[in-house]
Write a protein that binds this ligand. Structure first.
Ligand SMILES: [Zn+2]
Length: 195
């Protein structure tokens, strides 16, 4: 595990924030470190933060980097040290090879989600009620729900900054594997019409 992963898996962001002197209200808010404000709108969660004022989000390493005004790499080293963590991989930043395989992983995931979305839209068209008397089909309801979820995933992978995308891919591995299995199943059982 990299030290980034070690930190994220071992520590609760809120505990770390408090350790570095960030005052956290009972409902998890603090004044944003990334923009000036009077009313705290930076919400801290156990595994990430999000500012409802400026939209900034990230993980514990990014938060402490901003707090201490150091790079993310420095921030990670400081946290490792202060929380007595150790990692089998103390070299943090990805080598070019690792970066390459990450972007390949990301590209494959986007391709997977787009293919899956095509099937969902096919189900949405196929099972939509023809008139208001027809009972609602479960597959239709489910596909509408899934379409908005998959579109949300794609939005993250296309528009969010790298650190958010990396975190997303790590956190949603299981969901993405499920989608892959499901897609294989669809490919075996349905032939998509071209339109
Ligand atoms: Zn902010």
């Amino acid at each position: 595990m990299s030290i980034f992963e070690t930190i994220k898996q071992s520590l609760n962001l809120i505990d770390v924030a408090r350790f570095y002197g960030i005052e956290v209200s009972r409902n998890g808010f603090t004044s944003c470190l990334f923009h000036n404000e009077r009313t705290p709108s930076l919400k801290l969660y156990s595994d990430h933060f999000y500012c409802y004022g400026c939209g900034k989000s990230g993980d514990v390493i990014a938060l402490i980097a901003e707090r201490l005004n150091v790079s993310q790499f420095e921030s990670a080293k400081i946290i490792m040290n202060d929380f007595h963590l150790s990692s089998d991989e103390m070299r943090v930043t990805a080598t070019p090879q690792v970066k390459m395989s990450y972007s390949e992983w990301e590209r494959q995931t986007i391709r997977l989600l787009n293919q899956y979305l095509n099937y969902l839209k096919f189900f949405e068209r196929t099972y939509a009620p023809k008139d208001e008397n027809e009972p609602v089909n479960d597959i239709w309801v489910e596909s509408i729900h899934m379409i908005s979820m998959v579109e949300y995933y794609l939005d993250i992978l296309i528009f969010e900054p790298l650190e958010v995308r990396q975190e997303f891919l790590q956190q949603y591995t299981q969901q993405l594997e499920k989608i892959e299995t499901q897609l294989d199943d669809y490919k075996r059982n349905f032939r998509l019409e071209r339109n």
